[in-house]
Write a protein that binds this ligand. Structure first.
Ligand code: SF4
Length: 354
């Protein structure tokens, strides 16, 4: 599995982590924690390969949810203009560009509370078109009904992103228009439709370490670990609730050491998942990102923008990869093999019934 000698046997993915165990990991001396995470990483993944994903906003702004971190909410005074859903052909052109620039996964995000049934035909055309290019497909469209999840599954969607955002205890201080249980319901619908789950959240929102423990604990004790776990660092945007609260304060950027700790604990507790560095990378040094890769991060978003937030940019990333000797991860699965890996529909339901 690894191109350097493994120092630990491949790990069993436990879903019975306790909060105490996770808090204990966070409390380890920093180098001990990173060392343990690196061991787990090398036992389960190629140590010096990082997956490149591209994220495209297919429908920007005007979202009725009130996520305190988001410039696309109608409640935010951030100057983001609402757009209509992009045309299918435009989306396919952008996917082809991303593939030509080395991305292996193409993620499409729409600023919706949930997709409307009238939107689904275009969404399905996008999934089919991007998948036919040999790219893995991922969508983030808000909450899904079981029927919508089934439609996306039938179209061949590989991943659905739906972040749990933060800890259950802090949830209602960040978002009031939905609950953590709403989030978990959609994740369950996605799992039962046989689509891989991408779910993580944001740190640096003024939360405590106990919240970060609760955030990782929620993900690591789902019936199946999310196959992708994005760990975002808040990018405070003026005009959003959290941006106005935190920008220009010492809390505007999470401490780098605490961020790396969060990545390391995610890696140890979810050993088989892809752990993705997402928003906030542009404010991190190459050295901090290198520590994240050592601690088990193995996926990044490329490009100059992450939906509406600034991102590191392809040239910066290529230069960083060259400095660090990291290789972009190749797609080594054909679409047919990706299909074969998917869980059968209703799998989670069967497990729950056992
Ligand atoms: S994070 Fe998503 S759901 Fe929340 S306001 Fe922004 S676009 Fe809407």
């Amino acid at each position: 599995m690894t191109d350097t000698p493994a120092v630990a046997a491949p790990t069993v993915a436990r879903t019975d982590w306790t909060r105490e165990e996770i808090a204990g990991l966070f409390d380890l001396p920093f180098t001990e924690l990173v060392f343990r995470a690196a061991e787990v990483h090398r036992a389960n993944h190629k140590a010096n390969e990082v997956q490149l994903s591209t994220l495209l906003s297919i429908k920007t702004g005007g979202c009725v949810e009130d996520c305190g971190y988001c410039s696309q909410s109608v409640k935010a005074d951030s100057g983001v203009k609402a757009t209509k859903l992009m045309e299918v052909q435009q989306v396919l052109q952008r996917a082809a560009q991303a593939r030509d620039q080395g991305s292996t996964r193409f993620c499409m995000g729409a600023a919706w509370r949930n997709p409307k049934d009238r939107d689904m035909p275009a969404i399905i055309e996008m999934v089919k078109g991007v998948r036919s290019m040999g790219l893995e497909t991922c969508m983030t469209l808000g909450m899904l009904t079981p029927d919508q999840a089934d439609m996306l599954s039938d179209a061949g969607l590989d991943y659905y992103n739906h972040n749990i955002d933060t800890s259950p205890e802090r949830y209602d201080q960040v978002i009031t228009t939905r609950t953590m249980d709403d989030r978990l319901d959609t994740l369950s619908n996605v799992r039962m439709a046989g689509i891989n789950v991408c779910s993580g959240g944001i740190v640096g929102m003024g939360e405590t370490r106990a919240d970060r423990v609760g955030f990782v604990h929620t993900l690591a004790t789902l019936p199946d670990h999310p196959q992708s776990v994005p760990v975002n660092a808040l990018v405070p945007v003026k005009g959003t609730v959290l941006g106005d609260m935190l920008a220009d304060t010492p809390l505007a950027k999470i401490d780098d050491v605490e961020f790396v700790r969060t990545v390391a604990v995610a890696r140890i507790t979810m050993p088989l998942s892809m752990v993705r560095l997402s928003a906030g990378r542009e404010a991190m040094s190459d050295m901090t990102q290198a520590m994240c890769f050592m601690a088990g991060a193995n996926s990044i978003f490329t490009g100059d923008k992450l939906l509406t937030a600034p991102n590191s940019g392809d040239d910066n990333d290529l230069a960083m990869f060259a400095r660090l000797g990291i290789k972009p991860m190749a797609i080594d699965l054909t679409p047919g093999q990706v299909e074969a890996q998917r869980m059968p529909k209703g799998c989670a339901k069967l497990e729950a019934a056992e």
